[in-house]
Design a protein around this ligand. Structure first.
Ligand SMILES: Cc1cc2nc3c(=O)[nH]c(=O)nc-3n(C[C@H](O)[C@H](O)[C@H](O)COP(=O)(O)OP(=O)(O)OC[C@H]3O[C@@H](n4cnc5c(N)ncnc54)[C@H](O)[C@@H]3O)c2cc1C
Length: 416
């Protein structure tokens, strides 16, 4: 049996440790006192607070689903929900999400404008090279939907002028409907089903913390152990005084230059890692009025928040009150108490503030070069039996299922 260290007990570290433990001697090191990383939840006055986001689960990968359901009882431990997402505009207009499929819900003058846009873009030729996010949205959805929703919403999320955002940041993460599909979906009232969370599973009790706790079962995890150094001695890695044949690092790649000797991270790698961009999230836990939604997107320029995740609708056990539900109201990057309180006054459904948390690393930003450079670093480290896995180790915009999928792919390489 090989001795393998896994650094980080987020979903990536937990998944790979479970995958490798039958054939290897695996030790997981986690700097926090419990497992979960980004999917951790807390009990606040009897309500369930997702400290980041409001994690729901599904996957398009059959192997991931099969692996996942070996750990859980889908019928008794989970709810299954068809996503009901909506966009809330100022003047109390609510249009179902994705809005391009629900243009018929807008007032008639907007419908007419969107029809003109669609006719125009269907005849125009699309540029494909060096397209910015703004160009992409204008080419695919037209000016009216861009100005009403895509521009203000995405500028809140990405905190940038969209003409400066390369499409490579978001490639593969967006639905890409063509005009024919948009028209068909509007005429026939077809709901979008291609995105991974169009329907989703959610634990009845304890939210995504339930996933982390269950996946931590049966693993050797050393909590409260922040790994500050990984030393190479001969063919072994020395971590916290213990020797390992292989290491899987699922922390943040930005820490690697400090954790490793110079022979592993060149000055060039170091500069590239230093320049990697990211966003954080302030998750504000609130009580809001009852509503039928899973997610509410808010393009309004009158306040700073972009999304309400109605976690209280995912499971009744998430709420203490019978009259209202709990929700996470998200702000991109750090939001001060003052900004939060001012914004809450403008947000629909009468939010009542409970608490908030800022997490510095939540959204890795990729540009056209990121994957290529990360691959070079990964290949070099893999030669020394050090493997990178996870959202911030690989700087990939992974959902939980993609993180599990990446763990599955890596476990096959390690076991081969
Ligand atoms: C706002 C938001 C909403 C999201 N919603 C969803 C959703 O609904 N569904 C979904 O599937 N996905 C969702 N995701 C994505 C999901 O959160 C991630 O894919 C997943 O949690 C990444 O897990 P990870 O293990 O790769 O990283 P992390 O969760 O960041 O885990 C890394 C772990 O390593 C530990 N660590 C780091 N450095 C060290 C060190 N030096 N020593 C020891 N330990 C260390 C950390 O404490 C942490 O526990 C969302 C993400 C965000 C930001």
């Amino acid at each position: 049996m090989e001795k393998i260290a896994v650094i980080g007990a987020g979903i990536s570290g937990l998944a790979i440790a479970q995958m490798l433990k039958a054939t290897n001697n695996v030790v997981v090191f986690e700097k926090e006192e419990r497992p979960g990383g980004l999917i951790k939840c807390e009990n606040v006055g009897g309500n369930l607070y997702h400290t980041v986001g409001g994690h729901v689960f599904n996957s398009k990968r059959q192997d991931v689903l099969e692996w996942f359901w070996k750990f859980f009882d889908r019928t008794n431990e989970f709810t299954k929900t068809i996503r009901k997402a909506v966009v809330n505009f100022d003047n109390n207009l609510w249009v179902d999400y994705p809005i391009e499929n629900h243009v018929y819900m807008f007032p008639k003058n907007i419908v007419e404008s969107v029809i003109c846009d669609l006719l125009t873009i269907s005849k125009a030729s699309k540029s494909v090279d060096n397209v910015s996010f703004e160009d992409f949205l204008l080419q695919n959805f037209g000016k009216t939907l861009y100005q009403l929703y895509f521009q203000p919403y995405n500028e809140k999320v990405w905190k940038r002028n969209l003409s400066e955002v390369p499409l490579s940041w978001l490639d593969g993460k967006l639905p890409m409907p063509n005009v024919r599909e948009i028209l068909y979906n509007n005429f026939c009232h077809v709901e979008e089903s291609a995105m991974v969370h169009s329907s989703f599973f959610y634990p009845k009790k304890n939210g995504s913390q339930f996933l982390a706790d269950r996946l931590a079962d049966g693993l050797h995890i050393e909590y409260n152990q922040e790994i500050a150094k990984m030393e190479r001695k001969g063919n072994l890695w020395i971590i916290n005084g213990m020797a390992f044949d292989k290491v899987i690092f699922s922390g943040n790649i930005k820490a690697l230059p400090y954790l490793l000797d110079d022979e592993f991270i060149t000055v060039e790698n170091d500069c590239f890692i230093e320049r990697l961009e990211y966003h954080g999230t302030t998750s504000v836990f609130c009580e809001i009025d009852k509503n039928p939604y899973s997610w509410i997107y808010m393009p309004s320029r009158n306040h700073a928040s972009h999304r309400i995740i109605c976690t209280g609708n995912f499971s009744p056990y998430n709420n203490v009150s019978n009259d209202r539900i709990t929700a996470s109201i998200e702000f991109s990057d750090f939001a001060s108490e003052e900004l939060v309180q001012e914004s809450l006054k403008q947000i629909p459904l009468n939010p009542r503030y409970i608490c908030r948390r800022y997490t510095q690393y939540t959204y890795p930003i990729q540009n056209a070069d990121t994957r290529k450079q990360i691959k070079i670093i990964k290949q070099k480290l893999a030669k020394a039996n050090l493997f990178l896995l996870g959202r911030f180790a690989e700087w990939e915009y992974y959902n939980m299922d993609a993180a599990i999928g990446a763990a599955m792919d890596l476990s096959k390489i390690i076991n081969s």
